[in-house]
Design a protein around this ligand. Structure first.
Ligand SMILES: [Zn+2]
Ligand SMILES: [Zn+2]
Length: 199
């Protein structure tokens, strides 16, 4: 097991948590809701190797353009169904929720899609992608060492993400939660909103 350090950056405007995960001198960022300045503070000189998006909702991609511009050598990793949401303010929820269209401008060449079972090698610890549809069709959880980054799939206190938004599915959510509880019981999870918990 590698030495993994997790920093949580809370968003002051009510959007998602951003997590900076460091391992042996490299880091990845999970979701993009913090400012570049907050990200650089959290990195504290450690090299950023990539950004991973848990799903395509606006509150998780708020500052994606700025981050990808500030770090021109990295890629953004996300589920293939999240790609459409980046440039669609209805699908990413920005228009209906905050009446402000968020349309990601960054060139498509900066995005790489991930699928169930993919293992990203961005630093010394394997980054495992789990497809967990339900909150959206593009929701993934990310396993790094013994930690699960759950996006809006699972929340502290036994709560889970809403399934009534576009591409949500209560049936898929039940399946995804069952799978997480079966395969990863007892592991700590880090949510897109609020506090951490144990699966
Ligand atoms: Zn969210
Ligand atoms: Zn969401």
């Amino acid at each position: 097991m590698q030495n993994i350090e997790i920093t949580k950056i809370k968003n002051s405007r009510g959007a998602a948590n951003t997590y900076v995960v460091k391992c042996n001198g490299k880091a990845v960022v999970i979701d993009a809701a913090c400012s570049v300045k907050e990200l650089k503070n959290a990195l504290n000189g450690v090299q950023l190797a990539g950004v991973i998006i848990t799903h395509g909702h606006f509150d998780h991609i708020l500052t994606l353009d700025e981050i990808l511009k500030a770090f021109p050598d990295i890629y953004c990793y996300l589920h293939k169904y999240a790609i459409d949401k980046l440039r669609d303010p209805i699908q990413n929820g920005s228009e209906p929720t905050v009446k402000q269209a968020l349309i990601i401008q960054t060139d498509a060449s900066r995005f790489k899609t991930v699928d169930e079972g993919d293992a990203l090698e961005l630093f010394d610890e394997k980054i495992l992608i789990l497809e967990t549809p339900g909150h959206t069709n593009c929701s993934i959880c990310i396993k790094i060492g013994g930690n699960i980054f759950a996006g809006d799939t699972l929340f502290a206190g036994g709560y889970y993400g809403r399934t009534d938004l576009p591409t949500g599915s209560a049936a898929q959510m039940r399946q995804s939660l069952r799978r997480l509880k079966k395969d990863f019981a007892g592991l700590p999870f880090y949510s897109g909103h609020g506090e951490e918990g144990i699966i």
